[in-house]
Design a protein. Structure first.
Lengths: 275, 233
């Protein structure tokens, strides 16, 4: 009797584990930023990829910092992020392989319609920020170590006096939440255009500064180095990366629209990441 | 940078005992807000609990059931409700309370209140109703009789307050929603843990988690030792 039970249990365990192995091969785990996910881009692209390759892509939407950390720990198979400096380090330390530039979008400065800092239409983003700091109007910062936060910090670093004013508020939340808070507090903030377009119909905020080349936002897709971790689905990661830079993938990125406005521009053929 | 639990914990202890300014700032906000909230909520809640236990009126069971149900409402739902009330387009928008410490305090009072009512209600229920009658017949006025009954139920009441405090100092949903997690203003321990984890800064998260754990241990040891002696001075 006892033997019989042991036998049955071990068969069950074997069956379960082999089923899990099969499942593992068909799953690609992608860590990416909230900006690509919240905008709805991945919801449009990934089903197409899943259909042609018969796989399932699990998306983990976090800040760039966390995404790279997850890659470093081998918790995901592939990452798509937008912080060129951190990405360069990530690849140089051997955690990631085959970085490819996928697409870009840009950041914009938004704020209340009344525009107390009088920055509407200023072409230089740094002088706009200086205007906000000088009048000490509320500015909401992501403060969460995300790609957008890093971008914002690098822009403040280029201003004359930096971000040392009392109404500079770090809130440590995602882009959507930061926009909501800025809306509530009638404050300024820097956002990626994708999230802005997705949220603007619900907001009383308005777009104030855009078009400065320093507001450029390049995305890279990086496969996790399978030599660093066991169990990384490197075949799936490669397939996903290949698909994103393929003609089909790039075409779908360029065709993606919210309220008839393009959010992302495919950049697989132009090396924008190293700008 | 391969991290494991042990290394992260050691790093977190270093952060705590090197009196990392940012970390202690967060701890300060947490305690200030929750202390104020619990001190606002305690007295009225206990009085309601007392009334529910001692005063017989029509529909009492419904009120008791209502408070019991409110205890089960998720913190994010309380947060969302308050958000809509305090939002600029909401009925109390003119007060400009959203994303401030007072808003967090309101939220935490709302969270602690039903718990305090229910626990003090059951505390008073376990007191013999004759104690009240005896106190009254011995010439105590209403106010003094209430105090006498409260003394009778002191352990259970203290437990209620500690449970209420434990609930609000550790809740993240409501604080995040209506506090906004603004650094050195509305960032408390739970919202900071949520943030540090999302950034992948686990040491900070663990350090703050340790503070909450130590606090919980302290509170419960205090309660247990008071009980053990059988007195409350």
């Amino acid at each position: 009797m006892k033997k019989w039970i042991t036998g049955a249990v071990s068969i069950a365990v074997l069956a379960a584990s082999s089923a899990m192995c099969v499942a593992e091969e068909n799953i690609i785990r992608l860590a990416t930023t909230t900006s690509t996910y919240n905008s709805g881009l991945l919801d449009k692209l990934l089903p197409e990829f899943e259909k042609t390759h018969q796989v399932k892509v699990q998306v983990i939407a976090v800040g760039t910092g966390k995404a790279l950390r997850m890659g470093q720990a081998g918790d995901v198979d592939v990452v798509m992020t937008h912080a060129p400096k951190s990405e360069k380090k990530f690849v140089e330390s051997g955690y990631g392989v085959n970085p490819r530039s996928v697409m870009y979008n840009d950041f914009v400065v938004v704020g209340p319609k009344s525009d107390p800092a009088e920055i509407k239409g200023i072409t230089s983003v740094t002088s706009a920020l200086e205007g906000i700091a000088k009048r000490n109007v509320t500015f909401i910062s992501r403060g969460d170590d995300s790609g957008t936060h890093k971008k914002e910090l690098s822009l403040w670093a280029e201003t004359a006096k930096g971000k040392r004013f009392t109404n500079y508020k770090e809130v440590g939340q995602g882009m959507g939440k930061v926009l909501q808070m800025a809306d509530e507090l009638e404050a300024y903030t820097i956002t990626d255009r994708g999230t802005w377009l997705a949220y603007k119909s619900r907001m009383q905020l308005t777009l104030l500064v855009e078009g400065d080349t320093r507001l450029f936002n390049p995305y890279q897709i990086i496969q996790i180095n399978p030599e660093k971790h066991d169990g990384v689905n490197s075949i799936g990661a490669k397939a996903l990366s290949d698909w994103f830079v393929s003609k089909v993938g790039q075409g779908m990125i360029n065709d993606f629209r919210i309220n008839n406005e393009a959010l992302f521009y495919g950049s697989a053929n132009a090396d924008v990441a190293n700008n | 940078m391969q991290e494991n639990l042990l290394e992260t914990s050691i790093l977190s202890l270093e952060l705590l005992f090197s009196f990392d300014a940012e970390l202690w700032d967060i701890i300060g906000v947490s305690f200030r807000v929750s202390m104020i909230a619990i001190s606002i909520a305690t007295l009225p809640a206990i009085l309601i609990g007392f009334a529910l236990a001692m005063v017989d009126f029509k529909g009492r069971w419904m009120v008791v059931a209502l408070f019991n149900a409110l205890m089960a409402v998720p913190t994010v739902v309380v947060g969302l409700t308050l958000y809509l009330l305090l939002s600029r387009s909401g009925p109390f928008g003119d007060l400009h309370l959203l994303f401030t410490q007072p808003a967090m305090i309101i939220g935490q009072v709302a969270l602690a209140f039903p718990l305090l009512v229910c626990m003090s209600h059951s505390a008073f229920q376990s007191i013999d109703k004759r104690a009240w009658e005896t106190a009254r017949t011995l010439g105590a006025n209403c106010c003094y009789a209430v105090i006498t009954i409260m003394k009778e139920a002191r352990f259970a009441l203290l437990a209620a307050v500690l449970a209420g405090f434990g609930r609000i100092i550790s809740e993240v949903g409501c604080s995040m929603m209506i506090g906004g997690n603004i650094m050195s203003y509305t960032r408390n321990i739970p919202t900071a843990i949520a943030l540090e984890t999302s950034k992948g800064m686990f040491a900070q998260g663990i350090a703050l988690g340790l503070v909450l754990l130590i606090l919980a241990l302290l509170l419960n040891f205090t309660l247990a030792s008071i009980r053990g002696k059988g007195q409350l001075v």
